[in-house]
Design a protein around this ligand. Sequence first.
Ligand SMILES: [Fe+2]
Length: 448
Amino acid sequence: MLNRGFGWFEGFKVSGMEVKLILAVVLLVAATATADYVRPAPRENLQFLWKPRAASYPQQVHISLAGDKHMRITWITDDASSPSIVEYGTSSGEYIYVAQGESTSYSYLFYSSGKIHHTVIGPLEDSTVYFYRCGGQGPEFKLKTPPSQFPITFSVAGDLGQTGWTTSTLDHINQCIYDIHLLPGDLSYADYRQHLWDTFGELVQPLSSARPWMVTEGNHEKESIPLFIEGFTSYNARWKMPFKESGSSSNLYYSFEVAGVHVIMLGSYADYDEYSDQYIWLKTDLLKVDRQRTPWLLVSFHVPWYNSNKAHQGEGDDMKASMEKLLYAAGVDIVLAGHVHAYERSKRVYGGKPDSCGAVHITIGDGGNREGLAQRYYKPAPEWSVFREASFGHGELRIVNSTHAFWSWHRNDDDEAVRSDHVWITSLVSSGCLNEKIHGFRKILMEP
Ligand SMILES: [Fe+2]
């Protein structure tokens, strides 16, 4: 009877105890299949083969916003006499404009960089494809300028590195339709080995030559050697951001505006106390924000202020203690951080507690670096934490209009991008928070 009750057992003689055992195994397998996804191991650093190229061949091309309607084109040549010119136009092969730029280079112990060219082009039309060539020769590149109004899409991934997982993340970013990439620190993981800055530049070129990459510094960019090498020497030479254009005196913090969004890139590794240049600049920058023109206010920096992962616990506390009140007073909508190699999204939060007028904090230090994932969390999750997971991946922030934005996080499920977290975010402009706070905001920011 027993065997007839389980058709697939017919022909076998099994005892009641054996059936219970088999059922237990089946249930265990089913339960395991639906349990939390188990992340594969970190992947090795990629190997880059040396390619023979002319010394004047443009390498490591990347672009970044450089003030209203302008773009900075950066590339490197081995040839120190190669000119810092960019030819460009809206038809392939027809370069009706030419811009002259500047160049720099640096030495780092026994390493000497190539010639690093920075050339600003523009004024450029919005939402327009431009074709360009660097140094008067070599291949043609293609970029698209951001739109002048909503919608606009940012892709986001920090702590990239250059491993097999980085490749996976870059592939997924490449598949999404985005206007600007935001990178909240830790780019190449060169960590003193300067040639890794060069391989990183080559790795990201297909993406970074096509859309502006706006970055801020992480701890892996520091590379200082006391008495010999100043911190951020390589980073500042290679990844020049629009700090002068935004009134900042340091490449480690700056801001830019695009299509109704004011974005502030802060420096976790620049001084941030209330007497520091960064703090004073931040106050000035926040006072310039016009929420009629830019209803959305985003901030990005490396070390998260809200982090329930055991990795890097408390490292952002001092900066938070100094600056959170400014961001709250100004009505910052979203804060994007990296550093912790995992993903976490908060409710709107301020002072450690959920607050409907605070910022949504997102940690997205999961680009694919060689150090692997931060898998240990404090339990239970704090009240402010909505979603947390230790997987590699990237985020997409589509700001649809002045009131609504759609945030999604896509983990690298093996090598396929799977949307694992998503949420509609309503702007503080539309919530009434700014009206209530506007008096206090001006008072705090105008204080000497
Ligand atoms: Fe970091």
